[in-house]
Ligand binder design. Structure first.
Ligand SMILES: C[S@@+](CC[C@H](N)C(=O)[O-])C[C@H]1O[C@@H](n2cnc3c(N)ncnc32)[C@H](O)[C@@H]1O
Length: 188
């Protein structure tokens, strides 16, 4: 099977990707108690660059050197790193904010919580399994969240926002997204 780096490098070369940060990041990043952030699977850096402009220093991790090359050097506050998140260990208790947008790696779920310092905020949004299974044909099903999965996976956070809904974007057919914002409890 084609590996993640080859697959994503090819995607970044062959098609355009959104430049604007995800709406959920724009809306909720300000809830973080400090300015140290982690962007998990940072892609072309759209979310990391937004956070840097908002005053965060950002560790931006991705396996695709092609994606990372789109934003390397654009902000002194963003530190890109080419890592395989199937193997990488997120440092514990370090971040005021962790963003995980359009990426599902269940191995990392406990580490996303543990990587927050007490009071730190997780913003997680990714695709739900399509309602029509035919739409998922030929795709890796483990990339999709199941209904309520995100909610159950982060119940130990103080949830500030949770939604499962069709996206309001222009995509055809519309995508279904699960979106979560949660804060690590201060005594935790
Ligand atoms: C759909 S893109 C989302 C990018 C970004 N979060 C955004 O919102 O634009 C998924 C990203 O996951 C990255 N990725 C896939 N597998 C990975 C792995 N094993 N380790 C690190 N990054 C990976 C890809 O390179 C790609 O940039």
């Amino acid at each position: 099977m084609i590996d993640d780096r080859t697959h994503w490098n090819e995607r970044y070369r062959s098609r355009p990707h959104p430049q604007e940060a995800a709406a959920i990041v724009r809306e909720y990043a300000g809830l973080a108690p400090g300015r140290r952030a982690l962007d998990v699977a940072a892609g072309n850096g759209r979310n990391a660059l937004f956070l840097a402009a908002a005053g965060f220093t950002v560790d931006a991790l991705d396996i695709s050197d092609e994606g990372l090359s789109r934003f390397a050097g654009l902000s002194p506050r963003v530190r890109p790193a080419c890592v395989d998140l199937d193997r990488f260990d997120i440092p514990r208790g370090r971040y005021d904010l962790i963003v995980n947008i359009l990426y599902v790696n269940r191995r990392l779920f406990p580490a996303l919580r543990e990587g927050l310092r007490p009071g730190g905020v997780l913003i997680f949004e990714s695709l739900l399994m399509p309602a029509d299974p035919a739409e998922a044909a030929g795709r890796r099903l483990d990339y999709y969240l199941r209904e309520n999965e995100l909610l159950h996976s982060f119940l130990s956070l103080h949830l500030l926002f949770y939604r499962e809904a069709e996206s309001k974007g222009e995509e055809e057919p519309p995508r279904r997204l699960a979106s979560l914002v949660g804060r690590r409890r201060r005594g935790d």
